[in-house]
Design a binder for this molecule. Sequence first.
Ligand SMILES: CN1C(=O)N(C)[C@H]2CS[C@@H](CCCCC(=O)O)[C@H]21
Length: 122
Amino acid sequence: QEKCILTGTWRNDLGSNMTISAVNEAGQFSGLYLTAVSAAEKPILVSPLNGSQHIDDLGQPTFGFTVTWSFSVSTTVFVGQCFVDDQGKETLQTMWLLREKVKSAEDNWKATTVGTNVFTRI
Ligand SMILES: CN1C(=O)N(C)[C@H]2CS[C@@H](CCCCC(=O)O)[C@H]21
């Protein structure tokens, strides 16, 4: 299928941009994530991402990727699916888990945030 190969640049509803490199024959990819908002008090920098998508099925594949934040001690994993509408427009419907480093195991309960997020190509 020609749609929903994730290579390219995407923007989400929080104004974050991500650029995904070539997807190899195993569906693996890497890229960069530039967030527009953050809870960290440090300047926002580009952060690396790695993931993989299904490429062997009949379109609208599922995928997952991990962003290791370069400006805060935290990590986000995304899972989702690419959908194509009847105009051929692709959207990535995702859910994410943001894990922030906490001082001790006693604080482990409050370390993970969850959310949903939609990306479209720019
Ligand atoms: C901007 N974001 C975005 O595009 N999301 C889908 C959500 C889930 S990752 C988070 C940003 C985390 C930045 C690093 C940190 O604040 O620890 C937020």
